[in-house]
Structures are given as structure tokens and as C-alpha cells.
Design a protein around this ligand. Structure first.
Ligand code: AMP
Length: 120
């Protein structure tokens, strides 16, 4: 997958499309998912142009990677799910049904989760 600069998250980063922002720093933006699947459903994205975790892990700087991981933990704590528990998920590519080709992590929380992976 090549990076499409007109993907929806790139447009959110450029301020062309609104989002419900929950966190921002120099390297990271986080906002509520538009179709939440759990009471807490937050998307965390790097500001850099990376297609997926595959791309991010290979090309991002150590500073970007550290900022991203720290932000995920902080956002979960700040949104009240660190104690009750939460799930993070990052889809990469066709088998995972990745919809948006800008790396993002989902934070799901606020209720009991089902099976980790559907059976089919
Ligand atoms: P994925 O399948 O991991 O690529 O998931 C993409 C996620 O982005 C889905 O959960 C969508 O509901 C979410 N999404 C798509 N467009 C927007 C948007 N404009 N604002 C917030 N979330 C969005």
C-alpha cells in the first residue's frame, strides 16, 4: 500500500475535516472514532505519513515511536480505562480489513470485550 495524502486521517491532520480531538502533541493526534464500537473508542495516529504499523515500525524515528507508545498509554489512562481494562488494535492490510491507509491504533474500552479474534 502506498500512502494516499488524501486519506481521511491526512485530511483531519490538515484541518480539512473536523474530529472530536481527545489528545494532541508534536507527533500524535487522537480523536473519537466516528462509529464507536465500545463506550470508549479512540483512534491514535502519528502526524507523520505512515500507511500502517508495518510502515511506521520500519521508517519512523525512535522519537516518533516513543511518543506514539507513550501517548497511547496516557490517552487510555486519561480516558478512564486503564484500571478497568482496554484493548488496542491496529489493522494492517487486506486480511485485517484496514479501511484507512494512515497508521492508527484503536483503543477500545468501557465494557467487557468479546473474543480477541472472530472465529471466521
Ligand atoms: P480500520 O479498519 O482499522 O482502518 O478502521 C478505520 C476506522 O476509522 C473505523 O473504525 C472508522 O469508523 C474510523 N473513521 C473513518 N472516518 C472517520 C472520521 N472522519 N472520524 C473518525 N473516525 C473515522
Amino acid at each position: 500500500m502506498t500512502y494516499d495524502p488524501n486519506n481521511i486521517f491526512a485530511r483531519i491532520l490538515r484541518g480539512e475535516v473536523p474530529c472530536q480531538k481527545v489528545y494532541e502533541d508534536a507527533h500524535v493526534l487522537a480523536f473519537n472514532d466516528i462509529r464507536p464500537q465500545t463506550p470508549v473508542h479512540i483512534l491514535v495516529i502519528p502526524k507523520g505519513a505512515y500507511v500502517s504499523l508495518d510502515d511506521f515500525s520500519a521508517k519512523a524515528s525512535d522519537v516518533e515511536i516513543a511518543a506514539f507508545v507513550r501517548a497511547v498509554g496516557k490517552i487510555a489512562r486519561d480516558n478512564g480505562v486503564a484500571e478497568s481494562g482496554y484493548r488496542i488494535l491496529a489493522n494492517h492490510g487486506v486480511h485485517a480489513h484496514q479501511e484507512v491507509p494512515h497508521f492508527h491504533v484503536h483503543i477500545f474500552g468501557g465494557r467487557q470485550m468479546g473474543a480477541m479474534v472472530p472465529k471466521s
